[in-house]
Every structure is written in C-alpha cells, then in structure tokens.
Design a protein around this ligand. Structure first.
Ligand code: GAP
Length: 509
C-alpha cells in the first residue's frame, strides 16, 4: 500500500463524516481529531464489539469506568512521573524537534526498503522460480543490509534500556542521520521529555494541586482492585475491563489517528495466581488474535511481534501488529506485568492489595496479564483495510468501504426506487419499522445508482429497495454491498434476515 492510498483514505474519512481535524475553523490542532456522524457510529460499534467479547462473553471479567483524574501519587507508584519519557533531539538549523529513537527507526526502515527493492528486482528476474526465503538468506547484499539492521537495533535497544542518552546521540552521529527538513547533522544533545499532560486542581492560586491527565486507563483498574474484589464476588483468575480516554503529549504525532495526543484505550487486566502467568499470557495472545480475525478483514493483516527489550515490570510482552498503509505497526499490546503494579500501589498507598486463595489457602499479590488496544488505532485499521476502489463491469469505479457488517455505522438503507407512485411512503414505513432495531437510513434523493454509491462509500452492508412490485406483492429487493447481488424477499422478512446476519454469534461464535 502506498502514501497515495493513505491520503485517499484520510480524505475519504473527512468527506464522508468519519474524522475531522479538531477545531478546523481555527486551522486545526496538531494531532487532535474529532469524529463525525459516521465516525462516532463506527467507533461506538468497535468499542461495543470489544466490550461484548471481553465482558459479556466472559463470566469472569467485569467492567469499570474510572475517572480520568487520579491522585498524583498513582503516577509516582506506576513509574510514569519518573520514567514515562521520550528521548528528544533538536536540529539547530531547522529548529525541528524529533524523537531520537524514531530517527533511528526511520533509518532502519530505509535499509529495509533497500532489501524490499532487491526482492522485487529478483522476483521480476526469476519469475515463478523465485524462492524468496532462500534469496533473503543467501543474497550477499541482502545479508549485508540485514546485518546492519541487527546491529543498529541492538545498539538502539541497549541505549533505550539503559536510558543512555549519549549512546543514542552517538548512534545518530555514527549513522550520519540528517534532518529530513534542513538536511544537516547539526544536532543538539538528546534530552528526556515526560509525556504526561499536567493540570491544576482547585481555583486558589498557591493552593492548587498538580494533577495529570491519565496516560493509560490501566491504573484506574489497579487502584480499584479491592473495590471490585469486594463487590463483584470474582475469584482468581478474573479480569477487569475498561474503555476510556488517555492523553500523551506525543512529540511527533503523525499518521493521522495512528498517534494522537488524546485517544481512547480499551484495556483489560487479568489477575492470576503467581506462577500461572505464562499460561494465561499465551491464552490471551490467542484470544485477542481470534478477536481480530473474527472481523474477517484478512488474516495476512496481522502478526505478533514479541518485545525483545522488556519493560522493568514485565516478564513477557508482545504486540499484535497490523498492516497499515504505512507498514506493519503496533495495534495492541499484550503484557505479562507480574505483580509490579499492585505491589507498587501497596507500597505507595499503604493499603494491602492481596487475594486470599481459597484453593491454596495462601494470600498473595496477584500477577497480571494485560491486553491493551487503542480504539482510534483499531478504527484506522478497520478503515484502511475496508477501503476499496473497484472497477465495475461498465468501466465505472466505485469507492466502497467493506467494513465488517457488525461494525458498519449504518446497517441498512431503505430506498424507494422513484420519488412518486406511493413508493416513498411505503419505503418510509419499512424504515420506521427497522430503525427500532438497526441503525437505518432513508434516502430518496438522486437516481438509485447514486444512492447505492453513497451507501457503499460509508460502508452500509445492506440496502432495501422498494419498487412498484413491492406495492403489488409486498416484496422488496435486498442488496448486499460487497457482491452487489440483489435478492427479492418479503418486506416483513427484512428484520429477521438482518438479525441473522448481524447476530454476535455469527461473528464471535
Ligand atoms: N497500559 C499499557 C499501555 O498503555 P501502550 O503500548 O503504551 O500500553 C496501548 O498503549 C495501546 O494504546 C497501543 O497498542 C495503541 O493501540 C494505543 N496507543 C498508545 N499511544 C497512542 C497514541 N498516542 N495514539 C493512539 N493510540 C495510542
């Protein structure tokens, strides 16, 4: 996929009311976005699909909705006040600021692009006989590039893990990385920059208390561990799920809604007996991948990428990466967080956060497996995999969003063939009936072909057309978005047919 396609997707998202730049009449606010009439429906449906999969379909997972503001000591305990930093570097000529690690990663991506070019050339040369794996393992130039990547990534990971900012600067100098804007290598030293947004609680100057907008929803779950345990009759293993806004002062927020300063997370912390965490980690990796694949966007869009450098509190971590138009990138993280968070909150709050296990008759601080996915990032994944331009038999091109029907903003459009002969009245009656159960839209403007295109462009999976025959025998046509096939069914059957196609068990079952 190309930059060009990504541009088309972002402008389509705006043109069809999915995503708008924030405060656009004031020229927008960098890396902040608003969701429009179709966007909010898609976003709600994705959240709902996650919530039902996690909470409704698991007897041992309950939900909460914690406040965005939390006691400032929460962030001391979690480590965010001291260590939630990005390494920054400035170019003295362009006055632009960059994330030092991303400059290095972009350099690695350029070397990877050289490998991809070699593969493309060789495939063209050898045709059907081309063995990509053998080529990648044996071709001398590719070997050289691969060794370069390994060496750079090792130095980068070591510098980041040791928070060695001088080593990071040295790496940038050794790789002779130039500022993409000024083209010069006139870099400052690398500095740490905390990503949390700070604000004040209370109106009285001098008395105000510093607070942070939460950078993740997870901590709201940890600090409510005792409350949930006492009120929900959960027994270990059990999970607490939450969706909600999180805020990070990202230095380089880019790629549309991929990296934002205000975004939404869908997180679940699963509390387990110490020693069983690896088994649960594997279970949750599998379950979360199944959830993604249940949407049928195509299995080739997903892969796991295990973390080589683990955070100090984790004993295993992986990302589910998605093939975005700009390459494979993190969509969801699955982390085995040990007992780090609950133990730190015990230490900082002075309250016990423990579980008495009736089976082993032991009391312990539970271990935690976390699943954490960005709702906006999931939205972008769905949008970019769904966007298709198809050339039809008559040579015309239709732009269609093949959004999984269960997530589609509008489920069904009701369209009278003509705006006369009583067809609009009959169609409206059907629409008014359907809207009790489904997000439905009535549309009688323009020729029927244009109306189908409009619904295709927002991803409506089904369209009901009311024609003269409908008035005679009570049947309508039901058009399916992807195949464009139409079948005639009795009008009173529409609800049943749609319910069958959209029922949760057809997707997650
Ligand atoms: N509680 C763990 C945690 O927050 P993370 O890897 O920092 O882990 C989890 O974030 C997920 O949140 C990511 O996989 C991504 O989908 C989403 N996310 C993180 N930062 C984001 C940002 N700036 N904009 C949009 N989504 C973001």
């Amino acid at each position: 996929m190309s930059d060009d396609l990504f541009k088309k997707i972002t402008s389509h998202a705006k043109e069809y009311g999915f995503v708008f730049p924030s405060s656009e009449i004031y020229d927008g606010l960098s890396a902040v976005y608003d969701y429009g009439p179709n966007g909010v429906l898609l976003k709600n449906n994705i959240r709902d699909y996650w919530w039902k999969a996690m909470v409704q379909l698991h007897e041992n997972i309950v939900g909460i909705d914690a406040a965005i503001f939390m006691h400032p000591r929460v962030w001391k305990a979690s480590g965010h006040t001291d260590a939630f930093n990005d390494p920054l570097i400035d170019n003295r000529d362009s006055k632009k600021r960059y994330r030092a690690d991303q400059l290095v990663e972009d350099h690695v991506a350029k070397i990877q692009a050289k490998i991809d070019k070699e593969v493309k050339k060789a495939r063209k040369r050898f045709g059907d006989d081309f063995d990509e794996e053998k080529f990648l393992n044996e071709h001398p130039r590719v070997q050289k590039y691969k060794a370069q990547i390994t060496d750079i990534e090792m130095r980068l990971n070591q510098a980041l893990a040791a928070q060695d900012l001088a080593a990071l600067k040295q790496l940038i100098e050794d790789l002779q990385i130039a500022d993409p804007v000024s083209g010069t290598r006139n870099w400052t030293d690398v500095k740490q920059f905390n990503l949390m947004f700070e604000t004040q609680l209370g109106a009285v100057a001098g008395n105000a208390q510093s607070l942070y907008l939460r950078p993740e929803t997870a901590q709201g779950i940890f600090v409510n561990f005792n409350n949930v345990l006492k009120t929900s009759r959960m027994k270990i293993p059990f999970g607490i799920a939450q969706t909600g806004k999180a805020f990070r002062n990202e230095i380089i927020a880019r790629q549309f809604i991929f990296r934002m300063r205000e975004f939404e997370q869908m997180e679940m912390q699963f509390f387990v007996r110490p020693g069983t965490e690896m088994q649960w980690y594997e279970t949750w990796k599998e379950k979360r991948m199944q959830w993604h694949k249940s949407l049928r966007l195509g299995d080739a869009y997903y892969r796991f990428k295990d973390h080589e450098q683990l955070a100090h509190y984790a004993n295993a971590a992986t990302d589910i990466e998605f093939k975005f138009p700009f390459g494979f990138k993190e969509l969801e993280g699955i982390h085995s967080r040990t007992d780090f968070d609950l133990s730190r909150h015990e230490e900082f709050s002075g309250k016990k956060l423990r579980y008495f296990d009736p089976e082993t008759r032991e009391t312990y601080v539970p271990y935690v497996i976390e699943t954490s996915i960005g709702l906006d990032r999931m939205f972008l994944a769905v949008l970019s995999a769904s966007y298709k331009e198809e050339t039809l038999d008559d040579g015309s091109v239709r732009t269609v969003l093949k959004i999984p029907a269960i997530l589609a903003p509008v489920k069904v459009a009701v369209l009278p063939l003509l705006r006369k002969d009583g067809l609009p009245e009959a169609a409206r009656r059907i629409y008014e009936n359907l809207r009790w159960d489904f997000m439905a839209q009535y549309d009688d403007k323009d020729a029927i072909g244009r109306r189908y295109r409009r619904q295709d462009a927002i991803g409506t999976p089904y369209a009901v057309t009311v024609d003269h025959q409908s008035l005679d025998d009570g049947t309508v046509t039901l058009r399916e978005r992807d195949s464009m096939k139409q079948e005639r069914i009795p009008a009173e059957e529409i609800g049943r047919v749609l319910r069958e196609k959209l029922k949760l068990s057809s997707w997650l079952g």
